[in-house]
Design a protein around this ligand. Sequence first.
Ligand code: ATP
Ligand code: MG
Length: 363
Amino acid sequence: MATSKTLRIAVIPGDGIGTEVMPYGLACVKAAAKIYDISLEFEEFDFASCAYYQKHGKMLPDDWKETLSKFDALYFGAVGLPEVVPDHVSLWGSLLQFRREFDQYINLRPCRLMPGVRCPLANRKPGDIDFWIVRENTEGEYSSIGGTMFPGTERETVIQETVMTRIGVDRVLKYAFDLAQSRPKKHLTSATKSNGISITMPYWDSRVEAMSPSYSDVKVDKFHIDILTAHFVQRPQHFDVVVGSNLFGDILSDLGPACTGTIGIAPSGNINPTGKFPSLFEPVHGSAPDIMGKGIANPVGMIWAGQMMLEHFGYKEAAAHMLKSVENVLARGEDSVVTADMGGHGNTKSFGDAVEQEILKGK
Ligand code: ATP
Ligand code: MG
């Protein structure tokens, strides 16, 4: 819910192009806050980066949880420089700690074809693709329960369990139903595979069916994950809100944004809807070591993540204005403004500044 109190945002640029796109994300969030008179306070942190690791031998200070708990949201760039610190160390030591300790049990990604962005799918125009993917973020297929029997022998057997709890499944479904109900189409699609996975997926389906009567205005359908991925490509206009388990959601939330153009534009929210702990907003892309230091990274993912953060706080109009401003700049498609991954000759600064100026034009 929108509030008049000052919201506090922890800014964590991280590594690589995370540090390059962050200033433009911040400038755009601040511009929207100025136009809509929203009181925000920012504090920047150098941890959750490989530079911090090199200095301290760890990704986070011991009191990180206490420090970050005081914030209303975390605005995160990207983490990881595999030549300096192995990815499993940097990722597990930072982002995945936040996700677990702050119980960010929803991963939320918009999937929206923006004007002026080349769509890899034939004959699609903006408006054809505009849906949300809601991924379960804490349990499911990504449990660490299992092990190896008879290692090194011919009978070597490897087992890994899927864990679904009623609380875990119901809370992600509730979030997805609520989101669907808040949208004009009021349509929820559930990803399943109950024809092949015979215990957990029928359970998932049964929880969808159990919750459905409480949302009588929401139209519900379900698809097996294999055909669902085909539908993403062949008839993306069918979807409004799509909900999936940790693994299925993971696959869909990479496929969906890929259907809408470059990885440089997609944002992501790791959300704790209870508000007990801060939620985290970040671009989908990583630290992109191959292009870091060149100033050419596309800042849209970072800016759009900031837009999601304002929406999460309940500032719907400011968020809509921010998104529209990004779309306006994209639609103009000026060659000297648009970054190379979108076919132009601009850079991070030219695009970031253009969006900031567009936001500042006002309502
Ligand atoms: P992750 O760290 O999330 O696992 P990754 O390291 O596999 O991801 P990215 O860092 O996202 O991958 O980069 C993948 C490719 O996309 C790279 O070639 C990179 O240059 C390009 N890329 C990523 N983000 C952007 C961006 N914002 N603008 C332009 N190109 C980008
Ligand atoms: Mg990476």
